[in-house]
Design a protein around this ligand. Structure first.
Ligand code: 5GP
Length: 190
């Protein structure tokens, strides 16, 4: 997706050879125009998959996910990183290792917002080791629902997440695929 790649090249910052900072348009300040374009790109790719809900992981997946849900005209569900006090015992939970914080959190989903008939599109900002996506998949499949697809805004293809999801047979569509962040340089896979 050219507009995204240009934004990454112009405004992204290489923190080190493993981490890219995109705070000015995705993770802190959010570019609504780019998010709208991302929503329609995911819609065009996944429209034949009969999506009933869009799921994301708080918090940086929310902006692209709500724009995608808006295109599909289906609800968006935010998987929480800790159980809110307002949630009773009616929830699914699974531990996930955070890529950026190198700590564990409990990904949490109320049973009220998923059913066996759902065909779910997971949207997230980054794909690195695939831990967040695997956690989301586990919650969805524990509920008896179907993971119809996974949409990623920025995939770091040199980390193992993409291969793990491909081998497990999921449909993954990434809008920008980064081959390397070495030498302070952002290199894409075409
Ligand atoms: P994974 O679970 O695939 O290892 O990592 C994905 C999650 O870690 C994403 O939801 C994202 O929040 C965070 N993440 C992974 N790599 C990066 C990165 O290079 N930059 C930023 N800003 N977040 C990242």
């Amino acid at each position: 997706m050219d507009i995204l790649k240009q934004m990454i090249l112009n405004k992204g910052r290489v923190v080190n050879e493993d981490i890219l900072k995109v705070d000015s348009f995705l993770n802190h300040q959010v570019d609504y125009h780019l998010m709208k374009e991302i929503g329609s790109e995911f819609f065009n790719y996944f429209k034949k998959y009969n999506i009933t809900k869009v799921f994301t992981i708080e918090s940086s997946g929310i902006a692209p996910a709500i724009m995608t849900a808006s295109e599909f005209k289906v609800p968006m569900v935010i998987l929480k990183k800790q159980k809110p006090n307002t949630l009773d015992t009616n929830f699914y939970q699974t531990p996930v290792k955070s890529f950026t914080k190198q700590s564990m959190y409990n990904l949490t989903l109320s049973k009220d917002y998923i059913s066996e008939n759902d065909r779910i599109l997971i949207i997230d900002d980054f794909l690195a080791n695939g831990e967040a996506a695997k956690g989301a998949i586990k919650l969805i499949e524990n509920a008896g629902a179907c993971v119809a697809g996974i949409g990623i805004v920025i995939e770091k293809s040199f980390q193992p997440g993409r291969e793990i999801l491909d081998k497990a047979g999921y449909v993954v569509y990434s809008l920008a695929r980064i081959n390397s962040l070495k030498n302070n340089k952002i290199e894409f896979i075409d």
